[in-house]
Design a binder for this molecule. Sequence first.
Ligand code: NAD
Length: 356
Amino acid sequence: MSVFSHHEFDKHQQVHFFCDDKTGLKAIVAIHNTNLGPALGGCRMWQYNSDEEALNDVLRLSKGMTYKSAVANIGLGGGKSVIIGDPRKHKTEAMLEMMGRCLETLGGSYIAAEDSGTSVADLKVMGRHTKYVAGVTERTGIDGKPCNGDPSPATAYGTFIGLKAAVKHRLGASSLAGLKVAVQGVGNVGFRLAEQLQAAGAELYVSDIHAESVERAVNELGATAVDGKDILSLDVDVLAPCALGAVLNDNTIPELKAAVIAGAANNQLAAAHNDQMLKNKGILYTPDFVINAGGIIDVYYEQSGHQHENVRNHIESIADTLDEIFQRSDADGQPTGEVANRIAEERFMRETLVSA
Ligand code: NAD
């Protein structure tokens, strides 16, 4: 297995492999870049088919965190960790405790948060042996409700703010009243986003693979249920992907009718050229790692002493960042995802120059 010549390796500053026979822990921590601060990112547990697949994931995801935090203007770098194994079969307290000990050896250059396959409770177990875990403090959430560390309300709020900015730019509308919005996936983030859209007067269309999630949106928010195969191509003003990655691809883009795409799902573009395809079609794509940064902003504030109003204001600045991206995209003809990448690089690479 190659590392430095791996196709996802992109100047990662550190890659650590941890193995503990006694607890069965096999983990990789990738620290992509710490120029702007310690690398913070989720700790994912997944039954990878091979070590290669795990390495691929951790290299790709850690780089994504550098870009997300740089654009969100928080003092964090990008990192990620993966534990290899089925979380339902192989996860034990002893393994999580050992993961905590491993994180402690990194001295704070990487801070772990929850991710697929790990929960706030798991992070607390790791936290018995390290202070380098985040998103574990009971506090008042962005919505004013008690919060156990779950970043979803903050992510949903940021997505709502970003969606409004995109609608204003592309459709010239300051209000969402009467606009048709399709939400793919009404889970932790999607449902909360749908609540805010409904309160703002939008007409909601939803799909989810879980019938009870759709029913809840229909009953509580008056949404219209849509078959999963039709949601992306629905004749709506806005499409909000809040479920899976790679939904914007060579097959789906020709069928899209929405003028704006603004949703929380990570890695919505299947390939880099899909960014330009959307621009060519006159669709305003709101880069996913910009609009869904509310959660990481929330976690950052938790790390640095949570001030409820400050978090809210910072999340609301997602709209300003998007305005800058949209304007630069209009001015120089580059697609919005590409512009967002350049802005991130300008920020964390500038720090390289300063510190060199
Ligand atoms: P979640 O698992 O709570 O919700 C996802 C929902 O999508 C579920 O209800 C699931 O049933 C549904 N779904 C899955 N496949 C589907 C399909 N093919 N069609 C329609 N619905 C489908 O996850 P979440 O925390 O709400 O996150 C949603 C997305 O946002 C993910 O891509 C996640 O990576 C991204 N994201 C989440 C956060 C956060 O704070 N939770 C932060 C940044 C990005």
